[in-house]
Design a protein around this ligand. Sequence first.
Ligand code: AMP
Ligand code: MG
Length: 398
Amino acid sequence: MRSVEEHRRVVADLIAARPATQVPIADALGLVLGADVVAPLSLPGFDNSAMDGYAVVTEDIAAATDENPVVLPVAEDIPAGRTDVPTLTPGTAHRIMTGAPLPTGATSVIPVESTDGGVDTVAIRAGTKVGQHIRRAGEDVTAGTTVLLAGQVVTPAALGLAAALGLAELTVLPRLRVLVMSTGTELVAAGTQLQPGQIYESNGVMLAAAVRDAGAEVIASPMSDDNVDAFRETLRAQADGADLIITTGGVSAGAYEVVKDALGEGSVEFVKVAMQPGMPQGAGTVDGTPIITLPGNPVSSLVSFEVFIRPALRAAMGLADNERPRRSATLTEDLTSPRGKRQFRRGVFDPVTDTVTSYGPPASHHLRWLASANCLLEIDEDTAELAAGSRAQVWDLR
Ligand code: AMP
Ligand code: MG
């Protein structure tokens, strides 16, 4: 049997990054920059007022006090967005708003709170220092400075900076495009009346969401029945443009294993991985496109996605935090695990008490427990029994 670590390497080696590409900034959130961003202009772009108030020549109001205000004529009104830059004549004031361009010759701004707020003349009740309440051109960013680095994740703040610099596009490592295909003659879509023996398809819905949650893109999530020709036809019709194909079902030891039957002769290797759940796995390529074939049991498919695909997908998109955080926590109960296999139980991790409790039975069809678990409880291959009170390893899914 192949070890979990070895299969993780096989999957990681298959999934490659797409070349860096330019996208509209609105589409860049959460992606990794593929190139440094150099500021094409300075921020602020021009000297402007940091306050609503009056632009003055500082010396003109040096003597101003509460008892003896200095009264100046108001020669101009400068709201934010005024595009001409007037000149301030000494002995006058310009009323100015926050963000408005500073008039030529002004050396400080007096906040409106230190004045009578006059429109024709203004009584100023306090002096100030040269340069007070002026935002200088380039004090935030100087044109030509590298402001964001390749490899950095695009956050809302990074987008704000890019937008302030007038950038319409950013160079990013694009989302990988994933085809999620579920197999099983028993599967039907929601909205269809179930016949005896049929079940509602759930792996495709779940894994498509997991792919998006991992930051990648789902191009389609079709179903195929267990007919080899139908499977091949669906794959051929849908795989166009995919960077990765994920299938579920049809890879175990029974008959009608459609994925194995359709791909077993080609460049896909079907193996047993020493883990529970998720033992039957496959990985390889179809017409050059990487394909990972997951087992059909819902818990097996999602756990396999977490263990093998999610970290590889995120790494290929340049995301440094491609792995779930690992923690240790005190086990609240005795647990057993099959020796020779890595077990991943669903668990509830409580950060307040620093404890973890397994959630639901280990069997791989119990979706209900999976839906309310917040961690995977990992029990290594050499451990057959874990006692209450011992420290256990968890993968934090929160
Ligand atoms: P298989 O690996 O195809 O033998 O499937 C194992 C179990 O998982 C069977 O009980 C299937 O009905 C179930 N299963 C397989 N694929 C899906 C799916 N897409 N949605 C829900 N259950 C599935
Ligand atoms: Mg099946």
